[in-house]
Design a protein around this ligand. Structure first.
Ligand SMILES: [Fe+2]
Ligand SMILES: [Fe+2]
Length: 276
């Protein structure tokens, strides 16, 4: 586990890519409102902070243009482009690895070791916290009962989803890029499990929206104790980390899997049907 539950901004919390911003500043002016927001996030992960600040969806709907994402959210595209330009001018030390350059094996390993590990630990903490907070505060804040119910449903869904990625899809993706391995491919395309995972991601995003709605956008009431406040902070952090987690899968890992399958199929065809 490389992330702390007490970590601050998850957007820039990854290490290992020092020096990125030296090449970041000059290209900020080249970002256009017609660029896909998921592609911008993949190639310029340091800008995820800006997208989070404006509440733009760069993960589940990364196939929207920047202008389309702004329009959907009801924010000014000009303001976002201005923030991107200012970020480029001011960012001097925002280490974020460009995962678009990684192999599928590296990225799947990274997702399991960071985002999955973080989410699993966060859910254990959140379930304990919500039990205690409900017991202490539900009399004056009955909305906590709904929050706890929605949290439990999300935890079940995400745990099940991560298990299916770890046991089925990620091993499949790792096999696709091991050229020398002799394997018999399943009789269906990798697109099938990918579409299932993307469908789950949409459901997770909706669940977080419902959770946020049931606690006023994670804002603590004036009589909330420290535990209550920490629970809301942890929920907010988990939602933000999940945006980045889904972005890496939907916009980087899964498209790489589809491309690798096409390459492998072409190679198999050229070799006369022998997979190797
Ligand atoms: Fe995942
Ligand atoms: Fe996923």
């Amino acid at each position: 586990m490389t992330q702390s539950l007490h970590a601050g901004c998850q957007c820039v919390g990854e290490s290992g890519h020092q020096g990125l911003c030296q090449r970041t500043a000059p290209v900020m002016d080249k970002i256009r409102d017609s660029d896909l927001i998921g592609s911008i996030a993949a190639e310029r992960p340091e800008l995820i902070c800006v997208f989070e600040r404006f509440g733009l969806d760069y993960c589940c709907h990364g196939d929207r243009t920047l202008a389309g994402a702004c329009e959907y959210r009801g924010v000014s595209t000009g303001e976002v482009l201005e923030a991107i330009r200012n970020f480029g001018a001011s960012a001097v030390d925002a280490p974020s690895r460009v995962w678009a350059d990684a192999t599928m094996t590296e990225l799947a390993d990274h997702i399991e070791q960071t985002h999955h590990a973080y989410a699993k630990e966060a859910f254990v903490r959140l379930e304990d916290l919500s039990r205690e907070v409900v017991a202490a505060h539900a009399v004056h804040h009955p909305e906590l009962l709904l929050l706890a119910e929605r949290l439990a449903a999300l935890a079940d869904d995400m745990r099940d989803h991560m298990v299916r990625e770890e046991r089925v899809l990620f091993p499949w993706l790792r096999r696709l890029e091991r050229r020398s391995e002799i394997t018999s491919s399943p009789p269906w395309s990798v697109r099938r499990p990918i579409e299932c995972m993307e469908h789950d991601h949409d459901g997770v995003a909706k669940s977080f929206a419902r959770i946020s709605e049931s606690c006023g956008g994670y804002s603590a009431p004036s009589d909330a104790c420290g535990k209550y406040r920490f629970m809301l902070k942890l929920l907010r952090d988990l939602e933000q980390d999940t945006h980045i987690h889904i972005h890496k899968e939907n916009n980087i890992l899964f498209p790489a899997g589809v491309r690798a399958e096409a390459v492998k199929a072409a190679r198999t065809f050229a070799d006369g049907g022998h997979d190797h």
